[in-house]
Design a protein around this ligand. Structure first.
Ligand SMILES: [Zn+2]
Length: 522
């Protein structure tokens, strides 16, 4: 480290990271523009998981890894194949009756309008009493426990969408950081887990019609996708999808979203109480916690499933110590083709894969043997629920090779529209890995034009392939240059890529990797 500082202070070599033994010149544009251009070309048809073109992309990636001289990263081969389940709702129903069998109403509830079932991949049939549990949040640090003194074992738990006030209006940002609350505790996933751990058989979430339409899209009921990231209406037809999973994914307790209208009917209240709760963030405006009107809820759903194949592509640079590995990954799949439009996915995520290959190229060119194995991974099926990276981590033999760190690249060639200087770089890290955080700040200063860094932390899950690692408490560094209006639209094309910014991202990532590995051998 001291040697490095000395060299830098003498004005030496801004593009070369120099440490005690590790010298690796940073990747340059020529290392990534070719692969990014080809992967995002029309020939690749958007590389949807399981598609013919996704296998062509895998062959192309293999050819690139061979050309770079990477060794097989999965035993004797480069491919890691796995099964994927793609499934579709084949019907769902919601019935409400009193214990003696009297139904709430003669009218049947319509899927997609009155309720949306989010379940699968296994069929469900649940019959149980209904208990209201406010927002269904347990966040001890913030003094919130919506299950306090509530018996929900064997019941269906009914909760409100949205957030408790945390001292402010719930319409504002939940301001979880200010309130000292871990944001992930507010997520639906966490609320689902809370209901499950308290013994509930299913969770029902009351939401606005707009939210209901969004959930409907997410659960594959073929309703238009509304993206939170699009400020203006999209010029393209809506993208719709099935549900996808790995065969071993544990079925979670079913979640059913219902309209406020239906909830008001159930609770015998006025629909206006929900707007009141939204405004104040006070669930008691709706009802006090406890059983509701002796109702028996009967939820059922069936699914049709199809088996497809996923394929990760893995290449290795063998290190001095082969019992430890740093995984440098990026997903190569995107959304495929719909309604005659190709979702080229240049930023998302031809950029990340090309960046991963560019790092491999830089290391091979340097001729340096890394202190530990470097595994270069192109993941399949990220857009369908991080399938490839999750499969890899689940399948990994940690006794044979410990994973020290995951570098993840997902969308590294564009800028958020508000980032007018096109200089923001977001890096996500596992909570508690302050050494990596400090390293990012330190290494960024050495760039000819340092980034405006947006450093954030995850306590576990998240929105890209790093989540498979961070959920296992493996440190991560996930590089991302910002959302833009072409996110998940056919407008995400190669000609809009910012090559200068991407080159600088890779320069910083390489500096951080070198710094990290130099710490190991010190
Ligand atoms: Zn994406």
């Amino acid at each position: 480290m001291r040697k490095f500082l000395l060299l830098t202070l003498t004005g030496c070599l801004w593009s070369v990271a120099l440490f005690s033994q590790i010298q690796v010149t940073a990747p340059v544009k020529q290392d990534f523009t070719g692969p990014m251009g080809f992967l995002s070309s029309g020939w690749m048809q958007g590389r949807e998981a399981g598609s013919r073109e996704s296998f062509m992309a895998a062959d192309y990636l293999l050819s690139q890894m061979l050309q770079l001289g990477l060794q097989p990263g999965n035993g004797a081969g480069y491919f890691q194949d796995f099964d994927i389940v793609r499934y579709q709702s084949a019907g769902s129903s919601l019935r409400i009756a009193t214990p003696d069998g009297k139904s709430l109403s003669e009218r049947s509830f319509v899927p997609g309008r009155d309720f949306v079932m989010d379940a699968g991949p296994s069929d469900i049939s649940v019959r149980a009493p209904l208990v209201f549990a406010g927002y269904g949040i347990v966040a001890p640090e913030a003094g919130i426990d919506d299950y306090h003194k509530l018996k929900v074992e064997g019941s269906v738990v009914l909760i409100l969408d949205g957030f408790p006030s945390l001292g402010k209006s719930s319409l504002a940002d939940p301001a979880s950081a200010e309130a000292g609350i871990d944001e992930s505790l507010l997520s639906l996933k966490s609320r689902r887990n809370q209901a499950f751990s308290h013994g509930a058989k299913a969770l029902i979430v009351i939401c606005s019609d707009k939210k209901l339409a969004e959930y409907s899209a997410e659960s594959g009921n073929q309703v238009p996708e509304t993206s939170a990231f699009l400020s203006s209406p999209s010029p393209y037809p809506a993208y719709t999808d099935h549900l996808w999973a790995l065969p071993d994914d544990q079925p979670e307790i079913p979640v059913c979203y219902i309209s406020q209208r239906l909830a008001a009917l159930l609770m015998g209240s006025d629909i206006a109480v929900f707007a009141e709760a939204e405004k104040t963030g006070d669930a008691r405006k709706v009802d006090s916690p406890g059983p509701i009107n002796n109702w028996q809820i009967h939820l059922s759903a069936t699914f049709q499933e199809e088996r497809l194949r996923g394929r990760n592509v893995l290449g290795l640079i063998r290190g001095a110590d082969t019992s430890r590995v740093v995984v440098i990954g990026a997903h190569y799949d995107h959304l495929g083709e719909r309604n005659g439009f190709i979702y080229n996915g240049s930023d998302d995520n031809a950029s990340g894969v090309a960046g991963m290959l560019a790092l491999a190229a830089a290391w091979k060119r340097s001729g340096v043997q890394p202190p530990v194995n470097l595994l270069f991974a192109a993941w399949a099926g990220e857009e369908k629920g991080h399938l490839g990276s999750r499969y890899f981590v689940n399948d990994h033999d940690f006794k044979k090779s410990g994973i020290l760190l995951n570098l993840n690249f997902d969308m590294i060639s564009r800028s958020d529209e508000t980032d007018t200087s096109r200089n923001i770089l977001s890096i996500g890290m596992l909570k508690g890995t302050n050494d990596l955080r400090e390293m990012a700040i330190r290494e960024n200063r050495y760039l000819s034009r340092p980034f405006n860094l947006d450093l954030w932390e995850t306590t576990g899950g998240g929105g890209s392939d790093y989540a498979a690692f961070s959920l296992k408490k493996i440190p991560v560094m996930s590089f991302f240059t910002g959302f833009h209006r072409d996110y998940h639209t056919p407008g995400d094309v190669f000609t809009k890529a910012d090559h200068d910014k991407m080159e600088a991202v890779l320069q910083l990532a390489n500096r951080m990797l070198v710094a990290y590995l130099s710490e190991i051998i010190r």
